[in-house]
Design a protein around this ligand. Structure first.
Ligand SMILES: [Zn+2]
Length: 518
């Protein structure tokens, strides 16, 4: 059972109930190596992971198919997810067991969350081969259903087809026909290794947009803190990571803004228990196993910290701001952020955009304006200005509360009883809005510094065009705050032809009364 508690953008904090406890999503499963696990499971539990993922096929091979309860085998009392061996297919071409055998095995050993034996498409397959993998996975999805009907485990259906978007979409539509508890997207690890973050975001959006919102989505093999906020924002709920140990073997140290080789570090930019205890030099001087354990431990710490950061951002309604901030860490992340901006209409549908988050919106630049929390409210406010046939006085909003600005007080005094004049605020990032909404969210609950860069003439021209389009007879801009004469001159160059229908002026506060008499 999956229940969404809080949402922001496409991200959600949810509760996934399993036979061995509840996972709070977004959740990341550390991938466990049954032969040689570093760091040990008790340490992983202590870090706060109450779920792990391991490979059922490796157990099957090791025990020659003999059924041993997996919780006993691993001495782990919390949630265990098992992958089926699909990854081995990808690497070695085939496995020595068929779908039915693996599904029955996973069922018998008592996995809490189990994956059918899918056929991953990887990144080297031709379109035709990938298409075959999609259909074969679907066939196996149907084949497994009678076997798992009576199971009280959660079953996962992996969507295939990447990197071919069309196939991914088709595979998701097929997935929807099958009543699985969780859907997963197989993401070629090459996308992560090569920093193809925008491709990853597109892949997850393609799947998420075609799935029922009540179903959790697992993203396979994406265990780097850099990309997690972006994938959560487009609807990823579950992740797994082997990269914490794979990176550690290559002396690679994860941070939420990038990967560093510890040979390049003099200081550890982290306060987790191992980074507090050792210097990079001391770690380098350790025997190989000790070194791997220290780096892997740090990598797991930074992963769980990132998951918590994302959850806190969702709770506060500040996931967009987190993306804005994190997108500056690497051009590949900024590229991924730009992809998310293109899907903002989709995110508006899932976001609780109109409900105030209780936190002020932090507005920096044009990127901040794409935030659905801002967009939806700005659009709504603009649609309600009611200016048909009226003279519109646009007062630059520059100091909160805007209704206490001297320009507003003076103009409200002049126009109070006149039905043919409408005084509105204009703000480069908040658009055009009525004074009556200036005390509501987010027109009051925001933080912003208007500079020459934020007061973009093209953007302001669009706002004025919109006021004219809504039927204004005449538009008067008050020269105050950030709205200078110079900005007005530049703005007029961007106005559309239609503006000639309504005269446009700029004037100082003391000139308003004479202008209104005209
Ligand atoms: Zn650390």
């Amino acid at each position: 059972m999956f229940e969404v508690k809080t949402r922001d953008l496409g991200g959600r904090i949810g509760k996934l109930v399993t036979r061995h406890g509840v996972l709070e999503t977004p959740f990341l499963f550390p991938v466990i190596d049954p032969h040689r696990q570093v760091p040990g499971l008790p340490k992983i539990r202590d870090m706060g992971f109450n779920g792990i993922i391991t490979n059922a096929y490796l157990f099957y091979k090791r025990s020659r198919g003999l059924i041993k309860p997996i919780h006993d085998e691993l001495a782990w009392t919390d949630v265990i997810m098992t992958d089926s061996g699909g990854y081995q297919i990808l690497i070695y071409g085939d496995v020595e067991a068929d779908n039915k055998t693996i599904v029955m095995y996973e069922k018998s050993i008592g996995s809490d969350i189990a994956v059918i034996l899918d056929v991953p498409t990887g990144s080297k397959m031709s379109f035709e081969e990938a298409q075959k993998a999609v259909w074969e996975t679907y066939r196996r999805g149907i084949e497994a259903l009678p076997l798992i009907m009576d199971a009280d485990q959660l079953w996962v259906y992996p969507v295939q087809g990447a990197p071919y978007k069309e196939l991914v979409a088709r595979s998701t539509i097929l997935a929807n026909k099958l009543p699985y508890d969780i859907y997963a997207v197989g993401s070629p690890t090459v996308m992560l290794e090569k920093y193809k973050y925008s491709e990853l975001v597109k892949l997850v959006v393609t799947v998420r947009a075609r799935l029922p919102p009540g179903k959790p989505l697992h993203v396979f093999g994406v265990g780097h803190p850099m990309i997690i906020p972006f994938l959560v924002a487009v609807g990823g709920d579950l992740f797994d990571s082997a990269s914490y140990i794979l990176y550690a073997r290559g002396e690679r140290y994860m941070t939420e803004t990038g990967t560093r080789n510890i040979r390049d570090l003099v200081y550890f930019p982290c306060n987790c228990p191992v980074c507090s205890k050792y210097t990079p030099q001391e770690v380098l001087e350790m025997p190989r196993e000790g070194r791997e354990e220290v780096i892997a431990t740090h990598n797991l710490h930074v992963l769980i910290k990132e998951i918590k950061t994302v959850k806190e951002a969702i709770k506060e309604g500040r996931l967009w701001e987190l993306l804005e901030y994190r997108s500056r860490a690497h051009p590949a992340l900024y590229e991924a952020f730009n992809v998310i901006k293109k899907y903002v209409k989709l995110l508006e549908k899932t976001d609780s955009t109109t409900s105030p988050s209780g936190k002020a919106l932090l507005l920096f630049n044009a990127d901040s304006c794409v935030n659905p929390r801002l967009r939806v409210n700005v659009r709504k406010a603009l649609s309600r200005v009611g200016v048909t046939g009226k003279t519109v006085i646009l007062i630059p909003a520059y100091r909160k509360p805007y209704t206490l600005q001297e320009e507003y007080k003076a103009i409200a005094g002049l126009t109070g009883t006149r039905a043919d004049v409408e005084a509105l605020f204009i703000h480069p990032l908040l658009g055009v809005f009525k004074p009556s909404v200036s005390s509501t969210y987010p027109f009051y609950q925001h933080e912003c510094r208007i500079t020459r860069r934020t007061a973009n003439p093209a953007k302001i021209a669009k706002l004025i065009d919109k006021v004219v389009e809504l039927g204004a007879r005449k538009v008067v801009v008050v020269q105050a705050g950030w709205f200078t004469e110079d900005l007005f001159r530049k703005t007029t160059k961007y106005l559309s032809e239609g503006v000639s229908r309504a005269p446009l002026f700029i004037c100082k506060l003391n000139e308003i009364s004479s202008l209104l008499l005209q």
